[in-house]
Design a protein around this ligand. Structure first.
Ligand SMILES: Cc1cc2nc3c(=O)[nH]c(=O)nc-3n(C[C@H](O)[C@H](O)[C@H](O)COP(=O)(O)OP(=O)(O)OC[C@H]3O[C@@H](n4cnc5c(N)ncnc54)[C@H](O)[C@@H]3O)c2cc1C
Length: 398
């Protein structure tokens, strides 16, 4: 190639990389012309550091015109239109002809499409990043919003990724090494993509979580009430009693809110009825499963048990057989599953005999109950998958 003109539109990351690489690769008799509306380049990923005060805007900004020292022509102008058929680009005041065209004009952010974003600081713009940095020391209350674009994302325990790096013999840790390791982990382990809950799902999650918090406060306050029995003349007893009554009323209120919320959204009508068909599965278990285990009914029995954290993990080596343990999983789901399994071992004609058989075979109460939790979640998974409600076992199947 000789005597040709390469025209690069956009002096952002893509345009700059292209210009520098081509300049190294091409003889000087070939022109490289770069056009951007701004004479300055800002390293966008460093805007988060500007926001945190770890970099200043001048430090992450370069003057594009310095590229002229490397024999790259730079034009500061708005690009008005492209004429691809005639290989021409129209700028505000001149027309440029080219032999090869690279378009690296980036993306325009549609802030207006996200309700409220126009009124918020966002560090995706230099002035926004600088603005947040100035405002942060004054920030005492308000909303900080983390927005994730619609890219697939997975939530992975950091320890798994670290162990993956360790297995590769990579003990050192820097941001660059982390980025490589995370990319390799995602490619090789293919973690399940996480679906961000929409507003309705999030509403149910918040209601369930708040009810749980009230429940925990109630348990603590009831324990304090028990302690009051030791002090007949206690001046605080009435207050503790009042708090217990208040929390009981609050919890009742949340039970009703949860019931109404699930009933108000048709997306859960069928699933809620199917789950409630199982003796031992009440409204709170149902709401918790719908809120925190949306995968129920879509996975295999092994997958759902592992996700909830009730799948026993082998601990064998050679001929040695270690005790199998459950671990990890979704704590919020496991807690309600525990209560549901406990109720089912008393009232469910299918789970009660199973529990009793395990106990008769020498399993501890805890081991037998964990096995019941696993059996119950596998059953609920299958009920949602097949859309067949619970059938009481016949004498032959019990
Ligand atoms: C805060 C932040 C953090 C980020 N973090 C990361 C990260 O960690 N890793 C990562 O890979 N990516 C990150 N990105 C994204 C990355 O910066 C962009 O993907 C990358 O800059 C895109 O390069 P580009 O050349 O396509 O576009 P840009 O860098 O946006 O460049 C486009 C250029 O075209 C110019 N232009 C557009 N229209 C016209 C016109 N009509 N006339 C004249 N000039 C015009 C613009 O002025 C601009 O200079 C981050 C982005 C931001 C904002």
């Amino acid at each position: 190639m000789a005597g040709k003109t390469v025209l690069i539109l956009g002096g952002g990351t893509g345009g700059l990389v292209a210009a520098n690489r081509l300049r190294r690769a091409l003889d000087k008799e070939n022109r490289i012309v770069l056009v951007d509306r701004s004479p300055y380049y800002t390293l966008q990923p460093s805007l988060s550091w500007v926001m945190l005060g770890q970099r200043s805007l001048p430090r992450i900004t370069r003057d594009l015109r310095d590229l002229r020292k490397k024999a790259i022509e730079v034009k500061t102008a708005e690009i008005a239109s492209l004429d691809l058929a005639n290989k021409k680009v129209q700028l505000a005041k001149e027309e440029l002809a080219y032999d090869y065209l690279i378009i690296a004009l980036g993306a325009a952010y549609s802030d207006a499409e996200v309700p409220g974003l126009n009124r918020a600081w966002t560090y995706y713009h230099p002035d926004g990043a600088d603005g947040i940095h100035e405002e942060l020391p004054l920030f005492s209350s308000g909303r900080i919003v983390l927005a994730a674009a619609a890219l697939p994302l997975s939530l992975v325990q950091p320890g798994r990724v670290r162990k993956f790096a360790g297995a590769q013999g990579r003990a050192a840790k820097t941001d660059v090494i982390d980025a490589h390791v995370i990319a390799q982990f995602a490619a090789q382990m293919a973690p399940t993509p996480y679906t961000l809950p929409d507003a309705v799902q999030r509403g149910l999650m918040l209601l369930v979580a708040r009810r749980r918090q009230i429940d925990e406060m109630l348990v603590a306050e009831r324990q304090r009430l028990d302690q009051q029995q030791l002090f007949p003349d206690s001046p605080v007893r009435a207050d503790v009693e009042e708090t217990v009554a208040y929390l009981e009323a609050k919890r009742h209120d949340f039970d009703q809110q949860l019931h109404a919320y699930v009933a108000a959204h048709p997306r859960w009508t069928e699933s809620a009825a199917l789950l409630r068909s199982v003796p031992g599965v009440g409204p709170i278990t149902t709401a918790t499963l719908l809120a925190f285990l949306p995968e129920l009914g879509t996975l295999t029995r092994q997958e759902i048990a592992a996700l909830v954290g009730v799948a026993p993990m082998n601990a064998d080596s050679g001929k040695w057989r270690g005790q199998r343990h459950v671990r990890g999983g979704r704590a919020m789901v496991r807690r309600v599953l525990y209560m549901a399994a406990l109720a089912a071992t008393r009232h469910n004609p299918w789970l009660r005999p199973f529990f009793e058989r395990l106990r008769a075979r020498g399993k501890t109460g805890k081991q037998a109950l964990t096995a019941c939790m696993r059996k119950l979640i596998v059953l609920l998974n299958s009920i949602l998958k097949t859309k067949q409600p619970w059938q009481a076992p016949t004498p032959a199947t019990a």
